[in-house]
Design a protein. Structure first.
Length: 141
């Protein structure tokens, strides 16, 4: 059974305070799927979580790249945007299995293709936007 923890966000600046508690909900899980419609705030939330991990990297890397790599004091963070990938073969060509097995944080936007490939545990975050209020749901499996 899965349980859900829901966080309500009215303004973007609140994310600065919410990123650390959200990170704590991940526990020791480092593979996190961010499933939400276009423009819901996946990238914004991931960047705040990276800051909460202590990353001082500049997040100016192009949003059209599929993999972004950031650093934080304890290691690396890989941020994937799978929006433009068409099939599992393209995912395998990226060497996705090595990333998943690397014990680094792997954050995925548009995670449909990856979900069936994950052998270990992972967490899912869903964001729903209703009249400018964001409902961030952390699904604990
Ligand atoms: N919690 C929030 N409250 C208000 N605005 C937000 C919030 N989170 C993100 N935004 C704004 O929404 C816009 C889209 O955010 P973002 O790029 O993070 O979405 P996304 O889900 O990654 O989009 P895409 O599907 O294109 O990758 C940005 O202008 C951002 O500033
Ligand atoms: Mg995005």
């Amino acid at each position: 059974m899965s349980s859900v923890l829901e966080i309500t966000v009215k303004e973007e600046k609140e994310l600065k305070y919410l990123a650390k508690p959200i990170l704590d909900l991940f526990g020791n899980q480092k593979v996190i799927l961010f499933d939400a419609p276009m423009g819901a705030g996946k990238t914004t939330l991931i960047k705040e979580i990276c800051l909460a991990l202590g990353s001082t990297d500049s997040f100016s890397s192009p949003t059209y790249s599929i993999i972004n790599e950031y650093h934080y004091p304890e290691g690396k963070i890989f941020h994937f945007d799978l929006y433009r990938l068409k099939n599992v073969e393209e995912l395998l060509d990226l060497g996705i299995e090595e990333y998943l097995d690397s014990y680094n944080y792997c954050f995925f936007e548009w995670p449909e293709l990856i979900e069936n490939m994950i052998k270990g545990n992972y967490k899912r975050i869903e964001i729903e936007v209703v009249e400018n209020i964001r409902y961030i749901r952390v699904i604990k499996k």
